[in-house]
Design a protein around this ligand. Structure first.
Ligand code: NDP
Length: 309
């Protein structure tokens, strides 16, 4: 349950900065935390992503100062007006971007970036299957994969969502609630299958993912919007073509300051230059966070959801 409540403004520790939040990003991981799928101590302040202004710094902080416009991800507690955040997680927002764009870009943008450039480095001419291609991460994955020069086959729950994915650059988009995505992917690839599947849907798509990969293909399973994938017999990887599976998470791909800056700057600059378009589905007042969760879980959204304190 998500309940609005009054808490004292946090005091930053020596390595933290106090950020006055102007926009908070809603992400599927917030649903997992609310459900208890990712356990944490209760009660807790949900949210992993925000943009705002530094209003106070701890004694050891040197990389930001009062008045800086900053954005961050991977620090719990952003469904709030103020958050004390480890300063080494903060990046400065380029002048061209407003707070809403910065809050929308960080988590999903850096996720698309690491999945495509690091987890399975997608190459020009390869074919990628991207599930939930009209979602927050999905629309960014589609655009970045097309910039790399890959062929993109998306999936989406409705015809309208499929059109959005095509508008973002997908070469084709399968409405997987109406057509069987395994059959369609095989048809679209002349029976060869794809080099890589980027799958944040999980339980509902996992088994068929293994049937649409080429020999030695990669299943990049980065989430479970439809539920967690049940235990799995590894012998299937051998039987279906010496396949690879990985279950990556953003925090391990932004673990060092250098890697965080590389990804954040790449993403924010692509947006500033107009090469990557953000789709803000809706902004909700912070007090309506529960409605944002209902919409996200109900598959009613496309692109990014934001909370405004
Ligand atoms: P999305 O905007 O993509 O929303 C989830 C989408 O999943 C829905 O819109 C829906 O699209 C699809 N979906 C399919 N089946 C279901 C179902 N049963 N219930 C709900 N949704 C379903 O969310 P995000 O962009 O925030 O996240 C996408 C995925 O990426 C999530 O699994 C998330 O956990 C994961 N993620 C992982 C990260 C990592 O580092 N590992 C980082 C960021 C996100 P449709 O109707 O078109 O099927």
């Amino acid at each position: 349950m998500l309940t609005p409540t009054d808490l004292p403004v946090p005091s930053p520790k020596p390595n933290e900065a106090l950020v006055e939040i102007k926009a908070t990003g809603v992400n599927f991981i917030d649903v997992y935390f609310r459900e208890g799928r990712y356990p944490t101590q209760l009660p807790f302040v949900n949210g992993q992503e925000a943009a705002g202004v530094v209003v106070e710094t701890g004694s050891e902080v040197t990389n930001v100062q009062r008045g800086d416009r900053v954005a961050y991800t991977s620090a719990l507690g952003s469904y709030a007006r103020y958050a004390a955040v480890p300063a080494d997680r903060l990046v400065k927002i380029p002048d061209e971007l407003d707070f809403e764009q910065a809050a929308a870009a960080m988590l999903q943008g850096m996720t698309a970036h690491y999945l495509l450039y690091s987890t399975y480095p997608l190459k020009k001419g390869e074919t990628a299957l991207i599930h939930a291609a009209a979602g927050g991460v999905g629309l960014l994955l589609v655009q970045m994969a097309k910039r790399i020069g890959a062929r993109v086959i998306g999936t989406a729950g409705t015809q309208e969502k499929a059109q959005l994915a095509r508008d973002a650059g997908a070469d084709e988009c399968i409405v997987y609630t109406e057509a069987d995505f395994e059959t369609e992917t095989q048809r679209l690839t002349g029976g060869k299958g794809v080099e890589v599947v980027y799958d944040g849907v999980g339980k509902a798509t996992f088994a068929k993912d293994l049937n649409v990969l080429r020999p030695r293909g990669y299943l990049v399973l980065f989430g479970g919007a439809s539920g967690a994938v049940p235990p799995f017999d590894l012998i299937q990887l051998s039987q279906k073509g010496s396949l690879f599976i990985t279950r990556p998470t953003l925090v391990h791909y932004t673990a060092t300051r250098e890697e965080l800056e590389w990804r954040a700057n790449d993403v924010l600059q692509m947006i500033a230059r107009g090469e990557l378009k953000l789709r803000i589905h809706k902004t909700y007042p912070l007090a309506d966070a529960a409605a944002a969760h209902r919409d996200l879980e109900g598959r009613k959204t496309t692109g990014k959801l934001l909370l405004i304190p």
